[in-house]
Ligand binder design. Structure first.
Ligand code: ADP
Length: 660
């Protein structure tokens, strides 16, 4: 059978444990600090990315969407509307963002609103264009018109049957209708005028005014009020869509005829300002605002098949719209948005604000910039966050380092304790071996009759008794300690005469003292009174103190043992003229197994338990032990005990000394 090897006596080391505690913590802390630094860069990058998204969203989606209008194509724009409300510019202007608009074709010719023609130019009829028969017909007609003859209608039919040139035919119809009106033959006149309604605008009368318009106007006046509104709308619409100074004059006559026509006057003005705007778009450099009184306009180009609309958006309305769009977006509070139309700021960029992202949209271009509102506050916020995490990391690392030192201390204490225990084992063995050897030696001598005289025999027996008492003192200490370890201590508290106890103990120790050539003197002060105490325990306390004093006192010196009753306290003290105890050792000597100096150089005997027992017993009695000592000037150990009964606590409530 293989036996397990006995654990080696190699001293335990704390290297790997320490490394395993410290290394991961330090690596983690390092990684934490590194990623904090990285995070700083990442945060900046992230902010820029976020800003870019906001700028793109606003410039590429929201603003173009808001500035996209429902515009008609080229063909639809020129169509005559039924009423002025349905007119193209009126419809476009319903949006608060459209002040005016114009439509150019691909050749940059203005399609809408139509360009205004000049003053009508008189266009006299040239009778030379007529055949002789037609000339006769024409003459007859002219006579009938001038004389107001009822034959005019018949003469017209004759003339038209000769198929004269179109313009002569139209003028003939119109003037005949006028003559018929003068004759009071209105129904006939209406019929004639209606046949002229569809004449193209190029067919003008001798005054140069389009004949179709004149006919429509006459017709409208002749028709009953209820029937003429449609015709008037039609006429007014044509006049607005074929503008000229004559058309304007006409319009101002037509509009008062019915309240529903007022809008056409307004439409004419709207067209007029749209024409100014159109003229401005060709003269103002692209990307600049245009002033079309009373507003400043931003041109927005919207292409259609075969041309493009240019819509004039008032800057103030555009700024309001941009503010609305900006508000509709979800964005971090630290970001601000600046929008510039051409060179004109709609949402201004505050000075010294770092721009994180920029995006440009439309033609002419609008620029959207996203900036940091308060760079200092933003940086402070970031710094505070970093600081919080850095503190957390530092605290965790600190806790690990503190834990490491605590573990290291515990390890060191454990190491010292085991060292002390092994010293204790060797000290106890030594303490036991020496007296046993001398007892055996003297017993053998007595057995072999080596003691020559009864005097010698008594001396030998005295020595044997001494050694046995020493032995039992050592064993008593060890047993005390072991009982304490196991929590088996028992104390019997009863009124005890301390003065007598001190005398008795001193007397007990005197023999040992004289063996070492040291006297024991007892000094008492104050009025002695019974103390509630465990007499045996207090005696063990005194024995230990006197034993130490005797061990360290120089030969021919005195050890003074005393008691003193003062107020509610009684103190027991033991004083010697020994070598004293260095200050730094004075607290440690009360630890169990602790002995001053190295094992090899120490001259006194002992196992390092005496003072720990003294301290324990003093505490059991509700008191304490103090040492006053200077190297070379002796030592004085004082045990202070309270006289009150309550302060003497039951020993079972005390913790085991090894459990601390
Ligand atoms: P030990 O069995 O070694 O005497 P103690 O616990 O009684 O153990 O004492 C602890 C240490 O205190 C001793 O090793 C000794 O060095 C020191 N000591 C105790 N009493 C005295 C004293 N009266 N004078 C000098 N040193 C003392």
């Amino acid at each position: 059978m293989r036996r397990r090897p006995f654990p080696s006596a190699k001293p335990a080391r704390f290297f790997w444990q320490g490394l395993l505690i410290l290394l991961p913590a330090l690596v983690l802390a390092g990684a934490g600090f590194y990623s904090l630094r990285e995070e700083e860069v990442l945060a900046r990058h992230e902010a820029e990315e976020q800003a870019k998204q906001i700028a793109t969203e606003l410039a590429q989606r929201l603003i173009p969407q808001a500035l996209r209008f429902e515009v008609p194509g080229i063909a639809e724009a020129g169509r005559l509307p039924a009423t002025w409300e349905a007119e193209v510019l009126h419809r476009l202007r319903r949006s608060p963002l459209v002040e005016t608009a114009c439509l150019f074709d691909d050749e940059d010719a203005l399609v809408y609103p139509p360009a205004a023609a000049g003053m009508p130019w008189p266009a006299p009829l040239d009778e030379a264009e007529l055949s002789p028969a037609q000339q006769d017909g024409w003459l007859a007609l002219e006579t009938a018109w001038q004389l107001g003859e009822a034959s005019a209608e018949r003469d017209l039919a004759t003339f038209l049957a000769l198929e004269p040139p179109a313009r002569f035919a139209a003028v003939a119809r119109f003037r005949t209708a006028q003559a018929l009106v003068a004759l009071g033959q209105e129904p006939a006149a209406i019929g004639l005028l209606q046949s002229l309604g569809e004449l193209p605008p190029e067919v003008v009368g001798e005054s140069g005014v389009p004949l179709g318009r004149l006919a429509a106007w006459r017709l409208a006046v002749l028709l009953p009020e209820n029937d003429r509104l449609g015709l008037l709308h039609d006429l007014a619409g044509r006049l607005v869509l074929e503008p000229s100074p004559a058309a304007d004059a006409f319009l101002s006559k037509i509009v008062p005829l019915h309240p529903a026509l007022h809008g056409w006057e307004e439409t004419r003005e709207v067209h007029e300002s749209a024409r100014k705007f159109a003229a401005a778009t060709t003269s103002v450099p692209s990307g600049e605002v245009m002033v079309v009184e009373p507003r400043t306009l931003w041109p927005v180009i919207q292409p259609v098949v075969g041309g493009r609309w240019i819509l004039g958006v008032p800057l103030d309305a555009l700024a309001q719209e941009v503010v609305r769009l900006d508000r509709s977006m979800v964005r971090p509070a630290a970001f601000g948005v600046a929008v510039t139309a051409g060179t004109h700021p709609l949402l201004p960029l505050p000075a010294d604000s770092p721009v994180l992202a920029r995006s440009v949209c439309g033609a002419p271009p609008m620029t959207v910039e996203v900036f940091l509102k308060d760079p200092a506050a933003f940086a402070a916020q970031r710094r505070a966050r970093t600081l919080r995490f850095a503190t957390l990391i530092a605290m965790s690392a600190g806790a690990v380092v503190a834990g490491f030192f605590a573990a290291w201390r515990a390890f060191r204490r454990q190491q010292q304790l085991s060292e002390m225990k092994s010293n204790f084992v060797s000290s106890v063995s030594h303490e036991l071996r020496a007296p046993i050897a001398s007892v055996r030696l003297m017993a053998e001598e007595l057995e072999h009759g080596a003691a020559s005289s009864p005097e010698k025999t008594r001396q030998y027996l005295g020595f044997i008794g001494q050694e046995c008492r020493r032995l039992s003192s050592v064993i008593e200490n060890v047993l005390d300690f072991s009982r304490r370890e196991q929590g088996r201590e028992r104390f019997d508290f009863e009124p005890t005469d301390l003065a007598a106890l001190v005398e008795e103990t001193a007397a007990l120790m005197r023999a040992y003292g004289s063996e070492r050539g040291v006297r024991i003197e007892v000094i008492g002060r104050g009025q002695p009174e019974p103390v509630n105490a465990d007499g045996r325990a207090l005696q063990r306390l005194l024995v230990n103190l006197i034993d130490n004093a005797l061990k360290h006192a120089p030969p021919d010196s005195a050890v003074r043992v005393g008691w003193e009753f003062a107020g509610s306290m009684v103190s027991l003290w033991v004083e010697d003229d020994g070598p004293g105890i260095p200050r730094q050792e004075q607290t440690r000597i009360f630890e169990r197994f602790y002995r001053v100096g190295s094992e090899l150089r120490r001259q006194t005997q002992g196992v390092g338990l005496g003072l720990s027992i003294v301290k324990h017993l003093a505490e059991v009695h509700g008191g304490r032990v103090v040492v006053r000592s200077e190297p070379g000037q002796g030592s004085r150990f004082t045990v202070e005990l309270p006289l009150t009964r309550e302060s003497m606590t039951a020993p079972s409530s005390l913790p085991s000394p090894l459990s601390s």
